[in-house]
Structure formats: C-alpha cells, structure tokens
Design a protein around this ligand. Sequence first.
Ligand code: SAH
Length: 366
Amino acid sequence: MMQTLVGHTSAELTELLTLKGLPGYRGKQLGKGLYTRFLRDFEGFTDLPKALREQLAQEFTLAPCTERSIQSAPDGTEKYLLNLPDDEVIEAVYLPYDERTSVCVSSQVGCPMACSFCATGTEGLARNLTAGEIVDQLLFMQAKHPEQRISHLVLMGMGEPLLNLPNVLKALRLIHDEVGLSYRNITVSTIGVVPAMEKLAAENLPITLAVSLHAPNNALRSELVPLNEKYPISRLLEACRDYVEATSRRITFEYVLMAGINDTEKEAHELGVLLRRQPLCAVNTIPYNTTDVAARYQRPTPEAARLFREIVASYGVNITQRYEKGHRIAAACGQLKRSTLKLGSTMRPLPLLSEVPTEAVPEPAA
Ligand code: SAH
C-alpha cells in the first residue's frame, strides 16, 4: 500500500518524509518538483540525491493520474481521458485561448445530480475525487504543455464540486499556494447545493462561483434539475445573495439554451424579471451540446440565442454567450459520459445530502 504524493502540501510532504525516516527538509523540494516543475517520475528530481530518489520510489507513488487517451480538435482543444489508481476514468479538457490557457477539470467520477439533459448525470456517481486527483488533472495537462502556462481553471467537468467540498477546497488551496494560480482565475460551478454554498461563502475565497440556473421558473427548472425540488429558485437566489454579501464576488448564472425548452421569449422575459434586482450577477448562455441523452434536447439557432440575450439584457441584466471550444471532440460541457469511458463501474444511487462528507478523505493508497 503506497501513498501518493500529489495532493499533499509541501508541509505535509515534509511530515510524510519524516515519518518514513527520510530527510524532512527535502519536502519543500519535493513540493516544488510536483507543483512547479510538473515532474511525473522520481528520476526527474535531479536536485535530490539519487539514493533518496530511489527510496522515494520504493515508499511512494508520485501521482494518481495516468494517460488513457488524448483527443485534439483543430482549435487546439484537447480532451484527456485519465486513468485513476482504482481503474476509474475521468475526463479533463485543455483549452488554449489567445490571451489565456484554461483547463476544465472533474470533481467526481460521474455525478449523482441526474440533470435530465446532462450526459454525466445519466450515469450516477461512482465516487468523489480526492484533492490529489483534482489537482493532478491540472498537473498532467501542464506537463504535456511545458511551453504554455495554464492560467485559468474551471471545475466544470464531471461531477458536482459542492458535493465534494472538502476535497475541492483542499485542491483549490494546493492550486493557489503550491502551483501559484490566482484564486481570481478559478471558477467553481454548482447546480445549487445551498448548504454547501453557505460553507463555501464562509471560506471567503476570491474565486468565481458559477450557478447552473437553466430556467426562470420552478416548474421548468425541476424538470431539468431534480435538485430544484429541494432548493427551489427563491431559496437558491437567496443563497446567491448571501454569497455575494459574504464575499463581494460576482456570481455567474449559467443558462444552457435548449431549443423550444428554455430559450423562448417567454423564458427570456421571466429571466430578466427574476434577475433584474439580483445583486452582482451576470448570465452566461451556453448553447446545448447535443448528446444522446434525450432527443428533445437540441441546440438553439444562433438567432434564437441572440434574441434571448437581447430580451434579458433589456432588463439591465448582464448576459453574454460563452465562447465555445471542443464541440467536435465532445469535450464540451455536459458531454462527458462514463459509459463511453469504462464498462461495469459501480454506480450508487443519489446520496442523501446529509451524507455529504464534511472532512477531506485521505489520499488512498495506490
Ligand atoms: N455540476 C456542476 C458542474 C458541472 S457541468 C454544475 O452543474 O454546474 C458544467 C455546466 O455544463 C453546467 O452548467 C451544466 O448544466 C452544463 N451542461 C450539462 N450538459 C450540457 C450540455 N449537453 N450542453 C451544454 N452544457 C451542458
């Protein structure tokens, strides 16, 4: 049973070394190698004595993620399928833009939220990712692109990050403290797990919170997002106001436009009315990426999407369309499906929210 190093702070690495009777003061170098040089094997730690590197290789696994496959699109987007130590598979996306390089990472293997239009949601949850597995998606992609500094990270891959909050928070701290990304360049996207939003607000991190709204009324939202039954729109928007008050950070509402479902003029007016007095918020529309989840969910025409935005904007609400990448390699939002990744993985039913862990789980043995 070997412990994995990625997922530990430099201070924790120092402790781990000491526990094994190894020179603890090397923990800092180890952390630098993992988080700023993106090393993925012990031989790369040329600043450590060879004997120590060999001892480390005997005692520890370096990182949890290994490559399964990488698919590239002409626009530079890359979809990574990564193997985890227990043979689960997750997906992460590398998104180079002119002015920034962004990565989209997963927070769970699968997702228990079962949103009716989302490919990941049809699959159920296998398990939460550890902090190390979340961070390692970034490290893995950065190691593949040494020339291109990753500047932005979004937690919009598989899973509901706020159902895995302790591990997500630990991962964000590592990404900030050890890798050196600014919290302002990190976005956490949630379907609206209200109690966890309150916990996140209390952390007061200057990250961006994105809330997947998708509908302006409860009847429609409950059809798309089962969790709406538990936390209806009024309760969700109240939690958003509390979040803004606690953090002074703007909230982004995500609104996936689906033709004839939530993209008509009626919904646009309702959304404008709903959000016109909501403080410090902006809406991001995302045209639905067609999946095989259900035939009734289709992409809107660009004209319908433009009209929708114009109407919402007429209420004084900030609204923009998310620039899209990776559609051709099914690397875009909500197209990540476990069954195409792995056969026979275990699925669990939707957990009760009271079962959501409050402590970070330890990094498992490899
Ligand atoms: N669970 C989190 C984050 C993961 S999904 C959340 O729900 O916010 C990131 C975004 O992609 C969410 O807004 C989600 O609703 C959206 N999405 C899901 N399926 C999609 C699809 N087929 N096309 C476009 N966006 C989709």
